[in-house]
Ligand binder design. Structure first.
Ligand code: AP5
Length: 243
């Protein structure tokens, strides 16, 4: 069966490839872009910790008030707050078949917590280990992607004024809303975010490599190609029973 038919949500193969998927990589590698496409393909939710935090900031919740200044500085929100937030999200029934984690875990402490969580969680009655996809993009490309990123405040679609511009001005192709730039996509904050990534998140490459669940991917290819390669990794892992 061709992969594009086999992985339609609701098809038998789509069910076979469900389970937890972790998209890892520096700010701007394309985690959010890919997570949306993969989530749609498999009919499982994208769990973006950055998006959940930004929603909390917008709604002025206690979590949002704590996270806002930290996010504006480019540092990471403390582990205990993140674990509580992710635990809440993963309790939702839409995660029963699987989920795409975009931006979590980001520290060894978060990864250890997630391991424990997954040991006591089943997907369609089975324990399934995560497939971890590490997307790599060069530093200069990251800067261009982050400074050029715009997103739709209504439907969350991601654009780039350099590589994936909207059809009209800075308006969303789908709903026509005016696109916005994220507050942390300013050069000084980007530089702090990249430092936080190197210090606190990069050690996870070795962490997941030791467990045999890490897959490296070149994120500089066009979006469609990165998606196809990510889907191939997920399907190979499922077929090999490595999950
Ligand atoms: P978060 O929102 O997760 O930001 P991030 O990790 O810095 O990642 P980004 O969203 O910036 O990039 P992305 O990889 O999703 O790229 P995208 O697809 O948008 O986190 C924000 C903050 O929240 C953190 O700094 C921290 O404070 C806090 N936080 C979140 N999670 C946390 C955690 N677990 N623990 C502690 N704190 C946490 O693409 C970028 C651009 O590139 C777009 O314009 C896109 O159109 C373009 N693009 C994508 N793919 C391609 C391609 N193949 N070719 C050309 N252009 C492309």
């Amino acid at each position: 069966m061709p992969a594009d038919i086999a992985t339609q949500p609701g098809s038998p193969r789509a069910a076979a490839v469900a389970g937890p998927v972790i998209l890892m990589g520096a700010p701007g590698v394309g985690k959010g872009t890919q997570a949306k496409l993969i989530a749609e393909r498999y009919g499982i939710p994208q769990v973006s910790t950055g998006d959940i935090l930004r929603d909390n900031v917008a709604q002025g919740t206690e979590l949002g008030k704590k996270a806002d200044p930290i996010m504006k500085s480019g540092a990471l929100v403390p582990d205990d707050l993140m674990m509580e937030m992710v635990a809440d999200r993963l309790k939702q029934p839409d995660t029963r078949r699987g989920f795409i984690l975009d931006g979590f875990p980001r520290t060894v402490g978060q990864a250890e917590w997630l391991d424990q969580y997954l040991q006591s969680t089943s997907f369609d009655g089975r324990r399934i280990a995560p497939v971890v996809v590490h997307i790599r993009v060069s530093y200069n490309q990251l800067l261009q992607r982050l400074t050029g990123r715009r997103s739709c405040p209504v439907d969350g679609r991601i654009y780039n004024i350099y590589s994936q511009p909207p059809k009209n001005d800075e308006l969303c192709d789908s709903c026509g809303s005016r696109l916005v730039q994220r507050k942390d996509d300013k050069e000084d904050v980007i530089s702090e975010r990249l430092k936080s990534y190197e210090r606190q998140t990069l050690p996870l490459v070795e962490y997941y490599n030791r467990k045999g669940s890490l897959h490296e991917l070149n994120g500089e290819a066009p979006v469609d190609q990165v998606t196809a390669e990510t889907l191939a990794i997920i399907e190979r892992s499922a077929a090999a029973g490595a999950r």
